[in-house]
Design a protein around this ligand. Structure first.
Ligand SMILES: C[S@@+](CC[C@H](N)C(=O)[O-])C[C@H]1O[C@@H](n2cnc3c(N)ncnc32)[C@H](O)[C@@H]1O
Length: 293
């Protein structure tokens, strides 16, 4: 049977659309806060796995993804703070997706530059990472958003050691479903690389998502070098609610003011874990963020 052709424009489920909204709102607050700071000359936003920029929702309507939303929001920021510069790096290893994305992006302007690429994220981050220590008064935000539980810590390391933020989509639903059934060497290695642990030691984690989350947070906390930063985690749930329970669940993931919480000025817990009776947690956004003055 011929392999099914992958569509360039993917379907986005409601929890994924909420993720787009959350990142867009977070970036608006992040940009505003930094641009008002005299020691910041500009911003760098990187989505190293950006997809095609647009999606279809459950009703078949077009929905903008993170790359397009953030580009539009940061264009406004660049037009407001004309003496500061915004750089945006959008990358995906799937060239066709980047071709589609380019149709939906705003044009570059004097102080607003978008650079697109079609590389493996590892390659992109290995190029940008070492340059970070020379960027001085530019502040970066890196979004690391794969489809599965793959985290390339080596490529991420420079981003933990410099002045900026990293948001990782830890696809916890992947090991929860698949780790006990993993047979292939490459699959086992994927989990070993993500959780920096021998596969045999990971198997007992089984479907205990808290164990995987704790491991990722532990790794992030151990990477900081001499800098101090917050590590915050925020779970996202899908909406598949079984009819047997007859639940009619509102999708309200934002309790309280998460922006204030993430861009925290105090030593209080940066993010509140969401408690809900939705059935299955798909992914967990884990952020490393600095305490802004
Ligand atoms: C979850 S989607 C990204 C969604 C996007 N960040 C957004 O919010 O709209 C994952 C994307 O990662 C890309 N991808 C997966 N592994 C990659 C890698 N190693 N390097 C570059 N792109 C990768 C896939 O082609 C896919 O388009």
């Amino acid at each position: 049977m011929p392999a099914r052709k992958k569509s360039v424009i993917s379907k986005a489920s409601p929890h994924t659309i909420k993720k787009f909204e959350l990142i867009e709102e977070y970036i608006k607050s992040w940009a505003q806060k930094l641009m008002l700071n005299n020691s910041c000359n500009g911003l760098i936003f990187i989505d190293c796995m950006c997809n095609s920029g647009i999606y279809t929702d459950d009703a078949g309507e077009i929905v903008k993804g993170t790359a397009v939303r953030v580009s539009e929001a940061l264009l406004e920021v660049a037009r407001t703070y004309t003496d500061k510069t915004v750089y945006i790096y959008l990358n995906d290893k799937d060239a066709k997706r980047v071709d589609e994305l380019e149709k939906h992006l705003p044009q570059n302007e004097r102080n607003f530059q978008i650079v697109t690429s079609r590389l493996d994220a590892h390659e992109l981050l290995k190029t940008i990472g070492p340059q970070l220590c020379q960027t001085g008064h530019l502040h970066y935000f890196l979004l690391y958003d794969p489809y599965d539980a793959s985290i390339d810590w080596e490529a991420l390391l420079p981003f933990f050691r410099n002045w900026g933020e990293v948001m990782i989509n830890h696809m916890v639903s992947d090991p929860v479903r698949a780790i006990t059934r993993a047979k292939r060497k490459t699959t086992k290695e994927k989990y070993e690389n993500t959780y920096l642990e021998d596969f045999e030691k990971l198997v007992p984690f089984g479907s205990n998502k808290t164990a995987y989350e704790a491991r990722v947070e532990e790794i992030i906390s151990s990477l900081h070098g001499t800098r101090k930063y917050y590590v915050a985690a925020f779970p996202f749930y899908n909406m598949k609610v079984s009819h047997t329970y007859n639940h009619n669940v509102e999708f309200s993931i934002f309790r309280g003011d998460y922006r204030t919480a993430l861009l925290c000025n105090s030593a209080s817990s940066p993010i509140d874990t969401l408690k809900t009776d939705l059935l299955f947690q798909n992914f967990n956004l884990v952020c490393k963020c600095f305490i802004y003055p």
